[in-house]
Design a binder for this molecule. Structure first.
Ligand code: CMC
Length: 381
């Protein structure tokens, strides 16, 4: 038996720092999140998706002129090539995340900067993709219901345009603002699983669309972006606030996890959650459906004993209820997370490329050693 080295195994790369970043700062104990140094609370209340995207990609808040130019650029980039609409048509019966992943991959064939890996080109591709991802999600939703996709607006803001393409009518200011805030809250989050995936792919010098396609695949899982879908399914199953305690007790007793709770980094409440909680409360009362907020709060109450172990609500806990109240079906919840996250992924790709290195950790082998090869006709059944 060859001697194996004494190594420390950090399963799941828990608490491992692998790079420096200027993208975002997370203090998991305090429940603090900064994008490019700016507090998420101020951005959630005062910024827009467009302004936050500019901040993430350029490292500073835009002037009025810069913001107007940037908003215009985002509006101009919204259309999809007809070939990509055909790809969506062919794959329309798949989960919207599978369709999104496939369509983003297909877009690489039509991107004017496809072969250009310069930082300027990557930024252009990231801005273009930020515009195109909402169009993919809305177009697929129309196509799978046998409808023609609503062409993107050339005047509405990013969030309002998404709701417009999704519903076919212009959203209220309130609905557009809620969506916009949701996109700001999801825009960037350090080396989360999908952004790390994007870095791993681009670490091999692979291209931008490949890294975002892989990031979308990583986001889809219920431990990451898929949790919002799970939260609303859980709320629907619970049905009434007085049933929440028993539901949670049974779920945990069976070894299940309460979706929308827990986080690898936060030991305090996820700072993004509070903004969406206030919105769910206001929206559900306004719409005469206060039970959704009441059910969620009853789940929070049932999970109180776990707060001592650092398990609190995360951003996904309230996000699903907002989408549900806005009339958005559950399987679009993760794609909506993806719409918000494109700028963050782009920034991570740009940072990785600037000082690129192959990301290639090691695993400690624990299998048998030097096993003699037995020819197939001499092997025992
Ligand atoms: N419900 C019940 N118990 C939980 C939960 C939960 N949601 N989350 C963690 N725990 C327990 C877990 O069972 C473990 O207990 P024990 O030590 O007795 O085995 C302990 O807390 C530590 O859990 P862990 O699996 O080591 O923590 P992790 O850092 O690997 O997992 C997580 C983080 C997000 C995958 C996990 O908390 C989870 O599965 N949560 C539910 C899914 C969810 O809401 N995901 C969205 C994350 S936020 C959005 C995003 O940025 O992606």
């Amino acid at each position: 038996m060859t001697n194996q080295p004494e190594v420390q195994i950090n399963r799941g790369l828990r608490d491992v720092y692998f790079e420096r970043t200027q993208s975002s700062f997370i203090d998991g104990r305090e429940g603090k999140l900064l994008y490019r140094g700016y507090n998420i609370h101020e951005l959630a209340e005062s910024s827009t998706f467009e302004e936050t995207t500019f901040l993430l990609l350029h490292g500073k808040l835009p002037t009025k002129v810069e913001l107007a130019r940037f908003e215009e650029q985002l509006k101009q980039d919204r259309k999809l090539p007809p070939e990509v609409l055909r790809v969506i048509e062919i794959t329309k019966s798949a989960h919207p995340m599978d369709v999104l992943r496939t369509a983003v991959s297909a877009l690489s064939a039509f991107d004017p900067d496809a072969r250009d890996k310069s930082e300027e080109a990557v930024l252009r591709k990231g801005i273009r993709l930020s515009s195109q991802v909402p169009t993919i999600v809305a177009a697929h939703h129309a196509i799978r219901h046998g409808k023609r996709p609503v062409p993107p607006s050339t005047t509405l803001g990013h969030a309002a345009n998404f709701l417009y393409m999704f519903k076919g009518t212009e959203p209220t200011q309130r609905a557009a603002r809620l969506m916009d805030k949701d996109f700001v809250l999801h825009a960037e989050h350090g080396s989360n699983a999908s952004s790390f995936t994007a870095r791993v792919v681009v670490g091999t010098d692979a291209d931008f669309h490949g890294s975002i396609t892989a990031a979308i695949a990583a986001l889809a899982g219920p431990s990451h972006g898929g949790a919002a879908e799970g939260v609303m399914k859980m709320a629907l199953e619970i049905g009434a606030a007085d049933k929440a305690h028993d539901y949670v007790k049974n779920l945990l007793a069976g070894g299940g996890r309460v979706m929308g709770f827990g986080h690898r980094v936060y030991r305090a409440e996820d700072p993004r959650a509070r903004h969406l909680r206030d919105d769910v409360k206001a929206l559900s009362e306004e719409m005469g459906e206060p039970r959704w907020y009441q059910i969620l709060e009853a789940v929070v109450d049932a999970m109180k004993p776990y707060a001592r172990r650092g398990i609190h609500v995360n951003v996904d806990f309230y996000a699903g209820a907002i989408y549900y109240l806005l009339g958005i079906p559950e399987d679009l919840f993760v794609p909506i997370f993806a719409i918000g996250r494109v700028p963050g992924w782009t920034l991570q790709v740009v940072e990785q490329q600037r000082n690129n290195i192959l990301i290639r950790p090691r695993m400690l082998y624990t299998g048998p050693m030097d096993v003699p090869y037995v020819p197939i006709d001499q092997r025992q059944a």
